[in-house]
Design a protein around this ligand. Sequence first.
Ligand code: FAD
Length: 477
Amino acid sequence: METYAMDSEQIGQFETNIHGSVIRPEDVKYDEARTVWNGMIDRHPALIVQCSGSADVITTVNFARANGIPIAVRGGGHNVAGSAVRDDGLVIDLSEMTGVRVDPNERTAWVQAGATWADLDHETQAFGLATPGGVVSETGIAGLTLGGGLGHLRCKYGLSCDSLRSVEVVTADGEFLTASSVEHSELFWGLRGGGGNFGVVTAFEYGLYPVGPEVATCLVFYPGDQLSECLRVFREFVASAPEEISILAFSGVMPDEELFPADAVDDLKVGFLACYSGPAEAGERALLPLREITEPIADFSGTMPYIDFQQILDEDYPDGMRYYWKSIYLDGLSDTTIDRIEYWTDAAPSPLSTIDVWQLGGAITDTDIEESAFAGRHAPFLLGVEANWEEPGHDDANVRWVRDCLDDMRQFSDGSVYLNFPGFMEEGDAMMRTTFGPTYERLVELKDEYDPTNLFDLNQNIAPSGTARTNGGSSHE
Ligand code: FAD
């Protein structure tokens, strides 16, 4: 295994300056430490540094840069492309840094960058507060927030990155900065939607809102032959729905013997996942039309603790299964678009896969486009195509399904994508330019300032001027 300019004496010296753990390939913890959520990813880093705090991150960034070692940055390890690990490189692993401190008076939470949404929700809900997160609690706050962040509170309170007050970050030259609207404000702008391009974030400070502890929720499944009708009702409903509601419509077989009656387990289904971020009683009433379209196969809607709803999908995405997810923003949900969603749902090779339509708008659209680097405020919907399967022999068919579906759906889109559902990051520079539009050049300028040698290249990469965009070797597993 290539170890660049490192010899064991150098590594030993480095290790004495690390308070966390330095894990080598021969260590018993190595296999566990190099494993990420997506079972498609099987990479062998040269070193994994499980940092205990910002000091370890500074030391490790300086060590990697001085020795020319390619790095990967690991938050929650849930990126579909597996960008938290890389072959032969050095992983800056933040998974031990999960501290959360809530200030209930100021309604803020300071959170270390290895935390998951479960870690953060646990602390904030003790005070009846929350910040907009994702819809699966095991996902890392770091990657999700840096790419934008879509969750159950999005139409009312915006993206995860919209709630950021400040970000602590170690830049490529090993400097520790706090970026906010008043300090390093351009960096703060870029960190909100520009992904992991500008440094290693060690902590985020979020603003919090009163949410729950009990919220009205909707999780309802209808027969697949009602797919068109349900998506049409959804289209009409969101046009006048209160901002407290954020709906995810989904379709697929989703066989689950515990959830569904025996005669419906293997059939196609369509459904809605939504929560009302206001008083539960009003929410129950407001969500009712989504539950009465026709006779449901199953309806798990009702008032429940927000913290439980945040975890309701966790079991559906087990560690180590095989996944390939991509997305595209839709410019509307016309009848033809709905017909194509029906076609591609039917064509899925795996019964575990889904096609998701995320309602956007509300606070996402109301936030000024100049406010942050995030590029998806214009669209009313996001289409997520999720291939989920178990057999390695089925890899090609599932990856092909996602790609073919998106190629077809591009006719209903301006071609921009949500960068947190990146496939294997195989897209080129053209996709990044399409997605960011005029903002792209501003991001390149920021990259030139903070990471001119592209030390942080294993991400949805913004190449510094005069260099080619890389994907850090993260193409097809
Ligand atoms: P990691 O794999 O650890 O990191 C991904 C990338 O983020 C890294 O390669 C790096 O470039 C960057 N990064 C991570 N940590 C840092 C850091 N501290 N400093 C600098 N850069 C860093 N997205 C949504 O918006 N809403 C959802 O509801 C949602 N649900 C999801 C559910 C599941 C089961 C999964 C797997 C993903 C989901 N996503 C969702 C997508 C998610 O936003 C991305 O997968 C995101 O990259 C996960 O972040 P992570 O920290 O867990 O990932």
